[in-house]
Design a protein around this ligand. Structure first.
Ligand code: 13P
Ligand code: SF4
Length: 351
């Protein structure tokens, strides 16, 4: 009898039955997944989808998941805000998070009665690692009376110390909403210094920020963007607001991962470059095969820890269950729910 770890390392066979059962899914992703790789992925996809039905589980997949996860086992896909909204809907007993740890924690905070699984506990985030709850308490002592707006890319401890959360989809609206409600002209916005700087350009509210950065987006430079344009005349440049402000200033549009997807869907540019994590272009190319994607990108090593065998193993063994102390979860939930209640308007173009 194999133990759980050994089972997760066993390569499942690609049988004719599995080939038949997964043919429709393969047709969907054949544009970006080579046939030779499908023989490896398909048995895991088939087994995972069966097990989800048996266990009344759903998989929430972030836009940075690889195409075989994003298109073939995730029941809901989206940016951080959309996944948080989905996690709040009480449909299934089990959530397996195809994303990073803070996303799974957010799901648990919003659905305390459901089992939330993360397939690899090491799937972290450089932004979440940049700040602790104790740091936020010190900030509040230093700036008494100023509300704390916290990016969802943080631990439950940090969220619990915050007045409201935000994502890159709603940051401007959240900052303006809390400043108006508290009657202040300045807010503390943590932990991403680049997101804070990009938001500050779009609002009269003054922002005190923290020195956290996304290790993926901080590596892009304004010069990179100029080089993409020179090498690809007419290319439309879309950037994530975790990029440095000078990168966003060179882009045609800045927005969350889903806002970038919507941009492609609505405007159908002939050629586009997404200044963000590598899997985005593959996932969007599945939906828009007629758009030409220029594909320089940076890999998020944390997102890439999530694989099909680990998702299956997670469901088989019900590991790793994400737990949040109920007292911390209650305070963190108030900050996340406050965010979910803020009305947002369509994202503004950068520059
Ligand atoms: P989105 O909310 O835009 O999906 O961003 C999450 C993230 O981790 C980007 O690096
Ligand atoms: Fe964190 Fe950046 Fe990875 Fe997103 S891409 S999970 S912000 S390290």
């Amino acid at each position: 009898m194999l133990n759980a770890q050994a089972r997760s390392n066993t390569v499942l066979p690609f049988t004719p039955e599995i080939a038949r059962a997964t043919r429709g899914l393969y047709e969907r992703v054949s544009h970006v997944v080579p046939e030779i790789e499908w023989a490896v992925h398909a048995p895991y996809i088939d087994a995972t989808n069966r097990l989800k039905r048996q266990k009344n589980a759903v998989s929430l997949g972030h836009n940075y998941m690889t195409p075989e996860i994003f298109n073939c086992v995730a029941d809901f896909v989206g940016d951080s805000l959309e996944l948080a909204r989905e996690a709040a809907k009480p449909d299934a007993k089990v959530i397996v998070q195809a994303g990073v740890h803070f996303m799974a924690e957010t799901s648990k905070i919003l659905s305390p009665d459901r089992t939330v699984l993360i397939p690899d506990l090491r799937a972290g985030c450089s932004l979440a690692a940049s700040i602790t709850g104790a740091d936020v308490r010190l900030l509040k002592e230093k700036y008494p009376g100023l509300p704390v707006v916290t990016y969802v890319n943080t631990s439950a401890d940090v969220k619990a110390e915050s007045d409201v959360c935000c994502t890159s989809s709603n940051a401007v609206a959240v900052v303006e909403d809390i400043a108006r409600e508290r009657g202040v002209d300045t807010v503390i916005m943590i932990p991403d210094e680049y997101l804070a700087a990009n938001v500050a350009k779009q609002t009269p509210v003054k922002i005190i920020s923290w020195k956290g950065r996304c290790e993926v987006h901080e590596r892009f430079s304004a010069n990179d963007v100029r080089n993409y344009r020179e090498a690809n005349p007419g290319v439309v440049v879309l950037a994530h607001p975790e990029c440095p402000p000078e990168v966003v200033a060179e882009a045609d549009f800045a927005g969350s991962t889903s806002a970038m997807i919507n941009y492609v869907g609505q405007r159908h540019p002939a050629r586009v470059v997404m200044v963000t994590e590598c899997s985005m272009s593959d996932n969007v190319a599945v939906e828009f095969p007629d758009v030409d994607f220029v594909r320089p990108c940076n890999l998020c090593p944390h997102m890439k820890r999530i694989s099909l065998p680990k998702i299956l193993h997670s469901l088989q063994t019900m590991t790793h269950e994400v737990m949040v102390d109920p007292a911390i979860a209650a305070r963190a939930r108030a900050a996340v729910e406050r965010m979910l209640a803020v009305k947002t308007s369509p994202q503004r173009a950068a520059a």
